[in-house]
Design a protein. Sequence first.
Length: 232
Amino acid sequence: MSIHIEAKKGSIAETILLPGDPLRAKWIAEEFFDNPQCFNTIRGMLGYTGYYKSKRISVMGTGMGIPSISIYAHELITEYKVKNLIRVGSAGSYQKEINIRDIVIAMSASSNSSINRNQFDGANFSPTADFNLFQKAIEVAKIKSIDVKAGNILTSDEFYSNKPDQYKLWADYGVLCVEMETAGLYTMAAKLKVHALSILTIADSLVSGEHTTSEERQSTFKEMIEIAIELA
């Protein structure tokens, strides 16, 4: 086992879905997996391995923010040999044409975090999605007739901002939505030479003020999961 994951070696599949909410991980396993087995309960960060269409696949919560997902991604890759990491999370829309429950696939992730600037001596590393996973996700969405948006997103260190209108600057440059993990995941995947992709469901809109409930975010964002799980 690693420091934060109690799983035995071999109990986590090469492809893993990564929701922020551990209860969403539990819902995904129970809703989509055949014979799901829990491999982690440390810190309440639930993880499961099961089968989907006879393919072995895992799911695990990551918590909120770049530091949290970076820790779990690092241990999953280095200790458990995970090769494909697919974030399935929620996000807030920055564009009026992107509405509640729309699906966004992150081609790249801008960020207001200083983590990468610290690593690159003040320079700005641009974290991007794995091309093959991205291409396959677009193909799956087309087959399933699920409309998706794709482009640059913002990974923010702040959930409650002191500057509520600051999102408009990012929106003016075409940033689609905001969340808190993707830049960390894409950076870790690049460093450790594995594949990563973020598929997001819009849970609220900074433009319209609409939002979903915590229960809806936990257990109703099925289209996002359908795309992600087919990548296995």
